[in-house]
Design a protein around this ligand. Structure first.
Ligand code: ZN
Ligand code: ZN
Length: 340
């Protein structure tokens, strides 16, 4: 028997499944404050099995058992850079590959909680190799992992060689309790920083001349799949991964840097999966993609940020899933391109 909580719901002819509307963003920024709602929002991310929880566990495991020691990274050498690249390419391939295999190749949950009713593109001149999945894999693995590795190695090398303020528990320069508070707090601040950075970089990428040169490549994916997450033009990768540079000025432990990397890459893979949640044994096991970014891929000039911070609400580009918002979005797009 099918659990009623996982049945598709859609009042629109455009979607196979829609969440309850209007779309919610992080209530931490609601005014007047609603602490209970904000607590529930963070509890969903941090106290249950969630993408963020998986990313933190992965960051700890990779730091303890796989990553090169800091002393080695203090000197620029091919060996450890290659190890970082190899770890990144294996993790990203395993994550996107298994999600694609489960949801699209084997269709293990059919169309349950799938937003867009269509299949991924095949035999279409829009895509490199005329195939959406092959196009997305190519740009992700060749350009995406290279830029990711470059920026990650840059901050690790800077930290290890003393050029950046790498945080270590043993440093002890802030007393005993403060380092622990900072260590925990940074896991909450990184997603907020990421949302802030992404909103502005992404808005810039939608400036029509830059859109045509670079960002249009990511937007080949009107309907998205797991491999679409990091499928971007090299110019976009170069901008997207500058968010790691925050670690050059903010004291961070290597586990923070790794978590940040997985939030930025594996998080994007899940958020482009095209499915609201992973369903196994007729139960929602874990949340995958929010409808917020799915709407961005369908209607373009809306929802430039993420649900973690309401930048789009503050600057008038928020699409809450309603038909009125779609009309407004098409009008905004027309105005943007008429003025060019
Ligand atoms: Zn996207
Ligand atoms: Zn975009």
């Amino acid at each position: 028997m099918t659990d009623s909580s996982i049945s598709n719901s859609s009042k629109s002819k455009d979607w196979n499944h829609q969440p309850a509307l209007p779309i919610q963003t992080n209530p931490l920024f609601n005014w007047p404050p609603e602490p209970r709602l904000a607590f529930r929002w963070f509890a969903k991310n941090w106290l249950a099995l969630s993408q963020v929880a998986i990313q933190i566990v992965l960051a700890v495991v990779v730091y303890l058992f796989i990553f090169p020691p800091l002393e080695e990274m203090a000197v620029l050498q091919f060996g450890w850079v290659f190890k970082v690249w190899l770890t990144n390419i294996i993790l990203l391939s395993a994550f996107a590959g298994s999600m694609h295999f489960y949801l699209y190749s084997m269709r293990k949950q059919g169309d349950k909680l799938k937003y867009d009713p269509r299949d991924l593109g095949k035999d279409s001149g829009v895509f490199t190799f005329r195939n959406q999945v092959h196009d997305n894999m190519f740009w992700t693995l060749v350009s995406g992992v290279s830029f990711w590795t470059f920026f990650q190695c840059l901050v690790f090398h800077a930290g290890a060689s003393g050029l950046a303020p790498l945080f270590e528990f043993s440093s002890g320069y802030w007393g005993k309790l403060l380092p622990l508070i900072w260590f925990v707090l940074l896991f909450f601040l990184i997603p907020l920083w990421s949302s802030f950075h992404f909103y502005w970089v992404h808005r810039f990428l939608h400036w029509p001349p830059l859109y045509k040169i670079a960002h249009a490549l990511h937007h080949r994916n009107v309907n998205v799949g797991p491999w679409s997450g990091i499928s971007m033009h090299p110019i976009e990768h170069a901008l997207y991964f500058t968010n790691f540079l925050i670690h050059l000025v903010v004291p961070s432990h290597p586990v923070h840097i790794l978590f940040h990397a997985y939030f930025q890459t594996l998080g994007a893979v899940a958020n482009h999966s095209g499915f609201e949640s992973l369903v196994y044994r007729d139960k929602k096991q874990i949340q995958l993609a929010d409808f917020f970014h799915q709407l961005h891929h369908r209607y373009f000039e809306c929802n430039y940020g993420t649900v973690e911070m309401p930048w789009d609400k503050w600057f008038g580009s928020f699409h809450d899933g309603s038909e009125e918002a779609t009309t407004e979005t098409w009008q905004r797009k027309k105005r943007m391109y008429q003025s060019q």
